[in-house]
Design a protein around this ligand. Sequence first.
Ligand code: GUN
Ligand code: FE
Length: 422
Amino acid sequence: MERFAIRGQICYSENQKTIRTIEHGYVVCEDGKSIGVFETLPEKWSGIPCHDYGDRLIIPGLIDLHVHAPQYPFRGLGMDQELIDWLNTHTFPEEEKYQDLEYAKKAYTIFLDDLLHSATTRACVFGTCHPDATLWLMEQMEEAGLAGYVGKVNMDRNSPEGLCEESAKASAEATENWILAAKNLFNVRPILTPRFIPTCSDELMERLSGLQKKYNLPMQSHLSENLSEIDWVKELQPKATCYGDSYRIYGLFGGDCPTIMAHCVYSGEEEIRMMKEQGVFVAHCPESNANLASGIAPARKYMEQGMQMGLGTDVAAGSSLSLFRAMAMAIQCSKLRWRLVDQSQAPLTVEEVFYLATKGGGAFFGKAGSLEEGYEFDAVVIDDQKIRHARPLSVRERLERLIYLDGDARVEAKYIKGKQVI
Ligand code: GUN
Ligand code: FE
């Protein structure tokens, strides 16, 4: 039995409306899980090792429900197009390069180093369609102590020659071999990743459905992100009653297949109902939706309806791996939507976006995203002393300030499943 405590200025989300803060409080870890948050260390544990982080903030590890590792090299570049043109001009040419394992190693090393030093502890990551590079990314991510899901992307149509997989059969076979090759990984697990309907043939979706059942895998993809994309999907899949239904008809839309769908900017009532029924997670990616002029997802409505939802950075359509940035953007975009689109949907609050970035997304991993008893011990220690202020701030204010000014703070230590990774 391994037990230890960490001490500092603790804050975590109790629920969508409440952030709990404890000054100089303790979180106790036992065998990788939290056994509670305490104002004073209970007598029975007075002898356990305790790392005292003084005035540093301690928050739960943040959860990135949607990020593209191979797009990291062009983050912050080429943002002046909408989705389909952006994919063809910037994204596909970059992803083609991951055929070369040496290039992939160089690029993924930078991505992982930055992810490790961010406040993110768990991520749902898209690789490329290349199995070797994707497996290498998974092995290195596990080695670094990070947790999450990584997908080898599937795409067998409407993609450039250098990136398009040879056939549905070849794509599915490569995917199955990759799943088997990843069997010894423990904290970084495979997730089926059909890129989106425009790049995946019916036969490929059938085959992925077979793999989903055979290996009992979760799946991630994109949904209702951009208006011309949605029109294109209607043409490609006339049988489907909505975009979401074009995944559902293959059994790849929640239920027995835990599913994350990025964006959902334009999900209609039927799609929302299906997602709720099937427990499909929305990865809300506000910075990406702004950069590609996709729109503003109705996050308030999804919260009111009790949908499963977390935040995604969606690098490189989002420019930054920072979930603090994603939280600020979620608030800012919801304010613009409220002012300009729908006055019945109030803007999101600090409490709500902190919930989404922790417990909301964490629910995809079971018990992750909190410091409370029973949750996986994922904690981040943040040194914000470089952000100068003329008056003292409460712990709650320091968290709020981090959300808007995260660039000036430093992650001093990070624990994932009870193991210190930095
Ligand atoms: N839809 C299909 N592929 C992508 C991608 O790489 N990024 C985003 N934002 N949307 C997509
Ligand atoms: Fe994406």
